[in-house]
Design a protein around this ligand. Sequence first.
Ligand code: AMP
Length: 184
Amino acid sequence: MKIILLGAPGAGKGTQAAKLVEEFATPHISTGDMLRAAVKAGTPLGKKAKSYMDAGDLVPDDVIIGLVTERLQDDDTAAGFILDGFPRTVPQAEALDNIAHIDAVVELAVEDQQLVDRLSGRRVCLKCGATNHVSQLNGRTQCDCGEPLVQRDDDKPETVLSRLKVYHDQTAPLVDFYEKKGLL
Ligand code: AMP
């Protein structure tokens, strides 16, 4: 199946995607992960995206639509995929309509206050992608894979609030968009 996971930052899209991937052996396409890899590698895309990401803003639609269009041409996506973090605006959703047939959209709905708590306490492994919350780490600063667990720059408190505002302003309208199509 071709599935979109829709939800605010911290709602659990990455966590649920990882479980679905285990169960259905289908590609997990996370635009956030793709952008972070580009930033780390210092590619032109990464250089362009970094300032938007650090500010908690969205990377421009044309950039992200180009990235996803290219990824969805890969053979491994033919039978199905899980989209995590895309689309995030109505123009992105309209562009996706022209490149793929989506079977279902799953909304993960979480209260804002809980999102703030989750995001500001989130610690991630930049190597294997594991996500933890400080409250469960008991002071541990290393991932099970041996790499350090760190706070993402955009999980700092000042950026978290602007990411939630961006979600409500630009991404939440997609709930209606997909409900009207009977896919939610
Ligand atoms: P995420 O890991 O999904 O929270 O994404 C991290 C950051 O990458 C976001 O705050 C945006 O700056 C950028 N980003 C990821 N996906 C998109 C998208 N579909 N459209 C625009 N920007 C995105």
